[in-house]
Design a protein around this ligand. Sequence first.
Ligand SMILES: CC(C)(COP(=O)(O)OP(=O)(O)OC[C@H]1O[C@@H](n2cnc3c(N)ncnc32)[C@H](O)[C@@H]1OP(=O)(O)O)[C@@H](O)C(=O)NCCC(=O)NCCS
Length: 167
Amino acid sequence: MVELLPLSEIAPQAVEALLDAAFGSDRFGRTAYRIRSGAEAVPALSFALVEAGALIGTIQCWPVAHRSPDGVVTPLVMVGPVAVRPDLQRGGHGRVLMAHMLAAAETEADGALMMIGDPEYYGRFFGFDADATAAWDLPGPFEQRRLLARAVNGHGLPTAAGMIGPR
Ligand SMILES: CC(C)(COP(=O)(O)OP(=O)(O)OC[C@H]1O[C@@H](n2cnc3c(N)ncnc32)[C@H](O)[C@@H]1OP(=O)(O)O)[C@@H](O)C(=O)NCCC(=O)NCCS
């Protein structure tokens, strides 16, 4: 049986081992890590999938912000990493994690959602797109087509130029 739990109930070293398996242990240089540098994951939007006592999937969300050149700060919630144990990928676990996070975000998110990910997955199943992010910038290299966003819980998306970083 697969259980969905708050990520706070999982030992941090088990989460790190799963992320190493899904993304490689060189993952820390990625732009996504720079965006949320120093932030703590949002407990109400971070979950784990556990099967027979073993961690098989995680999703984490982070408080970040869009800062326009004229100083306007818009809070956003950064989604990811979403990770499923490599031998269990493409079995629906990623969709379960995302659907649960999105349901929680409908009442808990204090900003619209953004992420770096494949539009072929996050657009097709979860309503993310790169339409609002054309003028956004990140503190590292990225492909604009993979800079995705989605309104949630009454929070719209800034479309002005701006840098995404920690709050
Ligand atoms: C991306 C990931 C979270 C998806 O979870 P999953 O449990 O493997 O995928 P699901 O079973 O929920 O979804 C499967 C469907 O999504 C598609 N899919 C999965 N990953 C995809 C991707 N990166 N791009 C396009 N389609 C993808 C599959 O083809 C499948 O489609 P189908 O049902 O038509 O066959 C998982 O594969 C993973 O951990 N990958 C490595 C880490 C990563 O890249 N994370 C995302 C960046 S934050």
